[in-house]
Write a protein that binds this ligand. Structure first.
Ligand SMILES: [Zn+2]
Ligand SMILES: [Zn+2]
Length: 349
């Protein structure tokens, strides 16, 4: 099988070739048809996440080199191990990539994406910038018949992230509307899933006027510019006393500062974005405002199934996608890093 692999941190990917594995036990071998190029791959290529203030989170210890990234995987089942019950050769599917150890308490309660010994495809275990990928069990395969193959992979990342975050916001919407902060690809997904999951009004905030306009077209009730000094007051007015929940899809000190300041008493800020920085708030504000600040990281296998069902039901507008061949993967990461990509790039091995 052919792959595009990281040989050394901070360096371009290089072609590598290994023997195509034969699936054992419950394993399933997917022939990769599409694999989305994701912004998080840039941080993995660098070997660290920026924590702000010159601090870095070193993530180089998570994998052995050469390593193959790519966690937004769709393909067809090519072969299945003798115990891979339910895997049908030739079936088109997406791979749930946020796989845990499968044996700990976290995994047992269904939160494999939060496992402390992850086997995440394209993050800690070789992923989809390759002609083939090995999936440890058929339960990680999602039926994506009826969904465009080039978006099936990205749905496992940006789609699931948006869905998982909005679901956490739902219990707080009895206090006020939902505010979505940051209207990049994941934020727009979050907006659409929110429209599908709740009748509560949805407010949006982004510094980019074109994105605000696009969000209004997708059903947001009102849009605000967080750079506008009067935005917080305007949101309080529009919501009749503050948002019930604010989902921060940017994830910077500024965006979280803004998001939490728009909340009604008892409300929750949900942080999704990984832009970076650090955030401080006087401790008494937590009890005095009955404030919740929480994080949300992708979603569970069950949430992936729920999300796919919503996409199948036609609740998500098509995402603009550009496809590129496998040997153009490193170049695609460079383009993403340089901000030269509009929409999504998906590799077709
Ligand atoms: Zn991703
Ligand atoms: Zn586990």
């Amino acid at each position: 099988m052919r792959r595009q692999s990281l040989i050394d941190y901070g360096k371009p990917l290089e072609p590598t070739e290994v023997e195509t594995p034969t699936p054992k036990g419950t394993e399933v071998l997917l022939c990769v048809s599409h694999c989305g190029v994701c912004h998080s791959d840039i941080h993995l290529q660098d070997g660290y996440f920026d924590l702000g203030g010159g601090q870095k989170l070193d993530v180089r210890g998570l994998r052995q080199l050469p390593f193959t990234f790519g966690h937004e995987i769709a393909g067809t089942v090519e072969a299945a191990g003798p115990d891979a019950q339910g895997a049908v050769v030739g079936k088109r599917c997406a791979a749930y990539p946020w796989i845990g150890c499968g044996t700990c308490g976290v995994c047992a309660r269904g939160d494999e994406h939060l496992c402390n010994a992850p086997r995440a495809l394209g993050v800690t275990v070789d992923g989809g910038y390759a002609t083939h990928v090995l999936v440890p069990h058929p339960r990680y395969l999602l039926d994506v018949e009826g969904i465009a193959p080039e978006i099936a992979g990205p749905l496992m990342c940006s789609g699931l992230t948006g869905y998982g975050a909005v679901k956490k916001a739902l219990p707080y919407l009895r206090l006020g509307p939902l505010l979505i902060v940051g209207l990049g690809g994941v934020g727009m997904m979050g907006l659409q899933f929110a429209r599908a999951l709740t009748d509560a009004p949805i407010l949006v905030a982004d510094i980019d006027a074109a994105k605000r306009e696009a969000a209004l077209k997708l059903g947001a009730k009102e849009a605000f510019d967080p750079a506008d000094a009067g935005a917080r007051k305007a949101i309080f007015k529009a919501s009749g006393g503050g948002a019930g929940a604010a989902v921060d899809f940017a994830g910077s000190d500024k965006s979280l500062g803004f998001a939490q300041a728009t909340l009604a008493k008892g409300g929750a800020a949900i942080v999704v974005g990984l832009f970076g920085g650090s955030f401080t708030l006087p401790v008494p504000m937590f009890p005095l405002r009955a404030l919740t600040v929480m994080g949300s990281y992708v979603g569970s296998p069950a949430e992936a199934q729920e999300m796919i069902a919503l996409v199948r039901a036609g609740r998500i507008a098509p995402i603009p996608v550009e496809t590129r061949p496998l040997d153009a993967t490193s170049r695609a990461l460079d383009d993403l890093r340089a901000g030269r990509i509009v929409g999504r790039v998906v590799i077709t091995p």
